[in-house]
Design a protein around this ligand. Structure first.
Ligand SMILES: Nc1ncnc2c1ncn2[C@@H]1O[C@H](COP(=O)(O)OP(=O)(O)O)[C@@H](O)[C@H]1O
Ligand SMILES: [Mg+2]
Length: 301
């Protein structure tokens, strides 16, 4: 195991941010850490990267203990903090040289050039960080996280605030660098987990509530679909609730209903039958995957 988190608890004063968290991140995998705001994702990442001591518990990174061997752990781990704090008055190359210096690396110019190439910063390498777009700033953040060639990469919301093109670019960069490393990254976006991760850990209110291979999570999502159905005329909630496999029905506007299924049953044919029997027409019907937040809602019920 690259990263073994054991019984980590973190209190900020009276605020319990992590509650007995134990998870393992297998070597060479890209693992997604999902959770709503305030779940404890950043706190867990700060603890793994030795930026914050836990209240109790420990983490082993390649068998080095964060409490006993923080220097070795920092050498093994690259970290992109949330909101990617950068020195905007520094030039890209200057900044990367500076971070390489913090790691006391030798052969710094060659390592900086290698990072610029790897993260696609070539065309922007002579600019001030403050002049870069958000996507390129993220590349700088990822480059500084990788400069000492860590075996474990911790990325705290690396794609948040990016436009759709930048998002795809950063995702493919994560995939590329993740091929040779163990990666833990946090996100709110379910598709991102599906696109990148072999495993997903979901935390809520400081507790791990799911730790699944991505394939299994897909089932979980598919099993709990939401349907947006617009009927041509009013129907009643009582009638809808008689349908087998239906969990909830909520009138959102006009004759538009939001319906959730209780099981993996596909409700679409059932809803069509219902419409026929009740002599109404379905004007539109859309089946959505549940959002992360909705998965939370029923995982934490
Ligand atoms: N420095 C701090 N002092 C007090 N409370 C904090 C501090 N940092 C985080 N918290 C609280 O700890 C909880 C977890 O925060 P965080 O780890 O940032 O969650 P996430 O990254 O999942 O949004 C939240 O309730 C947050 O308000
Ligand atoms: Mg956070």
């Amino acid at each position: 195991m690259s990263v073994k988190v054991s019984n980590i608890t973190k209190n900020y004063g009276k605020q319990l941010a992590l509650d007995q968290v134990s998870v393992e991140i297998p070597t060479g995998e890209i693992v997604g850490l999902l959770g709503p705001n305030g779940a404890g994702k950043s706190t867990l990442m700060k603890i793994i990267t030795c930026f914050l001591p836990p209240t109790s518990g420990t983490v082993l990174v390649n068998d080095f203990d964060i409490n006993e061997n923080p220097v070795e752990v920092r050498r093994l781990v690259g970290y992109l903090p949330e909101n990617n704090p950068l020195y905007t008055e520094m030039y890209v190359k200057e900044y990367l040289k500076f971070t390489a210096g913090l790691h006391k690396l030798d052969n710094i110019p060659a390592k900086v050039s290698r990072m610029i190439e790897l993260t696609g910063l070539g065309p922007e390498q002579h600019k001030l960080i403050g002049q870069l777009s958000k996507g390129y700033r993220q590349r700088v953040g990822i480059a500084q996280a990788l400069i000492h060639d860590p075996s474990v990469l911790i990325l705290d919301e690396p794609t948040s605030g990016l436009d759709p093109n930048q998002l795809l670019e950063i995702r493919s960069l994560i995939k590329e660098v993740g091929a040779k490393k163990t990666v833990l990254f946090s996100t709110h976006i379910m598709q991102e987990v599906e696109a990148l991760c072999s495993r997903v850990i979901i935390i809520n209110k400081g507790k791990v509530i799911a730790n699944e291979a991505t394939a299994n999570l897909n089932n979980l999502v598919r099993d709990k679909s939401i349907y947006h159905v617009e009927f041509s005329a009013p129907v009643t909630k009582q009638e809808l609730q008689k349908l087998g496999g239906l969990q909830t029905a909520k009138l959102t506007s006009g004759n538009l209903w939001e319906i959730t299924s209780a099981t993996e049953i596909d409700l679409r044919p059932i809803l069509f039958d219902f419409a026929v029997k009740n002599k109404v027409t379905i004007l539109s019907m859309q089946r959505d995957q549940q959002s992360v937040e909705q998965i939370f809602q029923w995982l934490t019920k």
